[in-house]
Design a protein around this ligand. Structure first.
Ligand code: ADP
Ligand code: MG
Length: 347
């Protein structure tokens, strides 16, 4: 933990702003031909032959993350991932990021190094050039803002608004795990406050905790769809929860949908942890959020191409707008879909 007295603490002021930037960024390599100039001048210079997508997310301590259980390296990693996920949701290839960070003097250099170790790992794994950013102080707490840039062929880009009646609604991976991971971490935090010597057994929760602390972005799904020659008619990434993302797709596409409860892909650890917490797993799947899976629609003609794939689940059908958006329950009842979005969680 960052306040650990035994760890080495180098004051940020010992390096100065330029020393700090240099120290943090000296390992970053440029891999993309679209990066003409990276870190080191007043601005980066890029050159694209395709359409360019740009997206930004701001993460604020105490609002989007809690450092009592979020390791700083994971925070750096996740701050990049959440942005890459938005690039992939446009069916684009992510190529560059900028990183802006505001830190109070309660953070030593070693803490910022840990954040940058996570950023560097994400940049390596996802093949992203880190091309710039800004470094400043804050009175209190930590802020990280990442901007991600990507490229996509003009006819390859997929928007939220292209879903058509009779299209299939498809989701990658499984959902609800990040939310249940957070529930376990919050519970253990409370236990720790009462008894700091208590060593929690987190073994039964490894998958769901990892989904919360170290999410991945579905670059692989964008490649898979391209390999299968499937272009989604609409797409969005799941950051706020399945129901709210379905509502975005349907509203922007001016369509309705039927979503099938018995088709929702849930990991066994989500189901068992929901039982333990006495929470309905469908509610978690619909409203959990932070899954960073891709939700998309495809024409029924493309169904044979995706049906055998274990990474993709067909969870519903697109309907006419006037038919509305519904969940078809296991008991075969129709419930209107609402975006509940548990607000203690994220926004
Ligand atoms: P300026 O004063 O012109 O904003 P800076 O001194 O802030 O320039 O930045 C110098 C260079 O270092 C720029 O290329 C900038 O993009 C980069 N940079 C600054 N902070 C960061 C950071 N936290 N991460 C990555 N690059 C950074
Ligand atoms: Mg600057």
């Amino acid at each position: 933990m960052i306040e650990d007295k035994n760890q080495q603490r180098t004051q940020l002021s010992d390096l100065g702003e330029f020393g700090l930037i240099d120290h943090l960024t000296k390992n970053f390599k440029i891999n993309h031909s679209s990066t003409i100039k990276g870190i080191g001048d007043d601005a980066a210079v890029l050159n694209f032959k395709k359409q360019v997508v740009v997206t930004t997310d701001l993460l604020v301590e105490g609002v989007h993350f809690d450092l009592s259980y979020m390791p700083l390296k994971h925070l750096g990693y996740k701050s990049v991932i959440v942005n890459l996920s938005d690039v992939y949701a446009m069916n684009a290839t992510a190529t560059q990021v900028t990183i802006s960070i505001a830190v109070s003097n309660r953070f030593p250099l070693e803490a910022i190094e840990a954040i940058y170790a996570g950023i560097e790992t994400a940049a390596k794994i996802y093949n992203i050039d880190v091309i710039g950013g800004d470094t400043t102080s804050s009175n209190k707490g930590l802020l990280i803002s990442v901007t991600a840039i990507g490229e996509v062929d003009e006819n390859g880009v997929v928007y939220r608004n292209g879903a058509k009646p009779n299209d299939l609604l498809v989701v990658s991976g499984d959902i609800g795990a990040a939310y249940m991971g957070l529930q376990v971490l919050e519970r253990e935090k409370e236990v720790y406050k009462v008894n700091p010597n208590n060593q929690p057994d987190l073994e039964p929760y490894t998958y769901i905790i990892e989904r919360q602390l170290k999410p991945e972005a579905r670059k692989d799904i964008v490649k898979l769809l391209s390999d299968l020659d499937v272009k989604p008619t609409s797409m969005i990434d799941i950051s706020d929860g399945l129901s709210s993302e379905i509502m975005h797709l349907c509203t922007q596409s001016k369509v309705g949908c039927d979503l099938y409860e018995n088709k929702l892909p849930l990991d066994p650890q989500v189901i068992s942890t929901c039982e333990e917490f006495n929470i309905d797993s469908t509610t978690v799947a619909l409203n959990g959020g932070e899954d960073y899976e891709l939700l998309f629609t495809i024409s029924q003609d493309d169904y044979p191409k995706i049906k055998a794939n274990p990474n993709l689940s067909v969870i519903g059908f697109i309907k006419e707008e006037k038919e509305g958006m519904h969940l078809i329950t296991r008991a075969d009842t129709k419930i209107p879909i609402k975006a509940q979005g548990w607000k203690n969680f994220n926004d």
